[in-house]
Ligand binder design. Structure first.
Ligand code: UD2
Length: 312
């Protein structure tokens, strides 16, 4: 039988490149669409001779059509992945967000793809006091980033319900791991703290450090995507959390990195005011994603953090 063909948009990015690696290992033919706005060619270096790489914008309908040709599953990871960036430039976030998502959906449907898997975000929940966050809760996006991810979910569901393109939205909860770009102040907090602390510099905490996140090792996000791709029944635009069901404060994150990096005396964080659009607490309920896909986290926060520190 012919190999299965996947498209990974944002495949040169952090999560996308891990997906590419896993799909290749499972014998898929992989095409990547990336505009290198935050993705990097270096992330794909070991696999460049085994993938088809298209450079450009996922919101470009001509390119999107070419990218979806003969594809069975679209893994739509491309976006501008930052809450504070979306506050500074909501139009750019919208273009890379809902506009690109809609363009890719339309192309996937025209190409006859079987399923569209969307990288959604836990930010859609907003700052609701109820923990853990479960998918039946009313979304309350705080930032333009959260709104753009939520809009994408609704397009995925609409295409599944009314246009015959099956799809699912995976609400990622703070994914971390190797290849997450640490270089900007907008980078994910774990990549940022790991970088500065391994250079012996103190991390900067926005707020008092008691905010918590369900920090999720990237292997878990890959696992959820593969389960979603292989699921035999229609997913009908379902929205599913992808996390670990465990939460960690930034203060505990700093302590864990001090330990793993064997910093003695430990580095003390600096404090700055909280960032607009930031939420206080986040924790995934895994009930629905477990019932629907059989998903359970493969890697705990501690093991994921240890693997990250050892990988560099
Ligand atoms: C949101 C989403 C996440 C993902 C991400 C985009 C939530 C709960 N999570 O992540 O699922 O979509 O956006 O990639 O909405 N911080 C510091 N110092 C730093 C950097 C960050 O204190 O140097 C704080 C930051 O203010 C926040 C926390 O760390 O309170 C986490 O920030 P982040 O940017 O890593 O991720 P977050 O939660 O906005």
């Amino acid at each position: 039988t012919a190999p299965r063909r996947a498209l990974v948009t944002g495949g040169a990015g952090f999560i996308g490149s891990h997906l590419v690696e896993a799909l290749l290992a499972r014998g898929w033919q992989v095409r990547v669409l990336d505009n290198f706005s935050s993705g990097q060619l270096a992330n794909l270096k070991p696999w460049l001779d085994r993938i088809e790489l298209l450079e450009g914008d996922a919101a470009d309908p001509v390119l999107a059509a070419r990218a979806c040709r003969e594809v069975e599953v679209v893994f739509h990871q491309a976006a501008i992945p930052s809450v504070p960036k979306s506050v500074l430039d909501p139009i750019a976030t919208h273009h890379a967000g809902p506009t690109a998502t809609l363009t890719m959906l339309q192309a996937a449907r025209a190409a006859g793809a079987r399923r569209f898997i969307f990288a959604a975000s836990s930010s859609a929940y907003g700052d609701t006091p109820t923990l853990p966050k479960h998918e039946a809760m009313l979304p309350q996006p705080l930032s333009p980033y959260a709104a753009s991810k939520l809009a994408g979910e609704h397009y995925v569901a609409a295409f599944a319900r009314s246009m015959g393109l099956d799809g699912v939205s995976l609400r990622y909860f703070n994914i971390f791991g190797p290849r997450q770009d640490p270089s900007s102040p907008y980078s994910g907090v774990i990549s940022r703290f790991h970088l500065v602390m391994s250079h012996g510099a103190p991390p900067t905490i926005y707020g008092d450090g008691t905010q918590t996140r369900d920090f999720t090792a990237v292997a878990n996000a890959v696992h959820a995507n593969l389960l979603a791709a292989d699921h035999p029944q229609a997913l009908r635009g379902a929205v599913l959390n992808v996390g670990t069901g465990q939460r960690t404060s930034l203060l505990d994150l700093v302590a864990a990195l001090n330990r793993l990096l064997q910093l003695d005396p430990p580095l003390q964080p600096r404090y700055e005011p909280p960032r607009p659009g930031d939420i206080a607490h986040s924790l995934a309920s895994l009930e629905l994603v477990h019932a629907t896909l059989g998903y359970q986290p493969l890697v705990s926060f501690e093991d994921g953090l240890r693997a990250l520190v050892q990988s560099s």
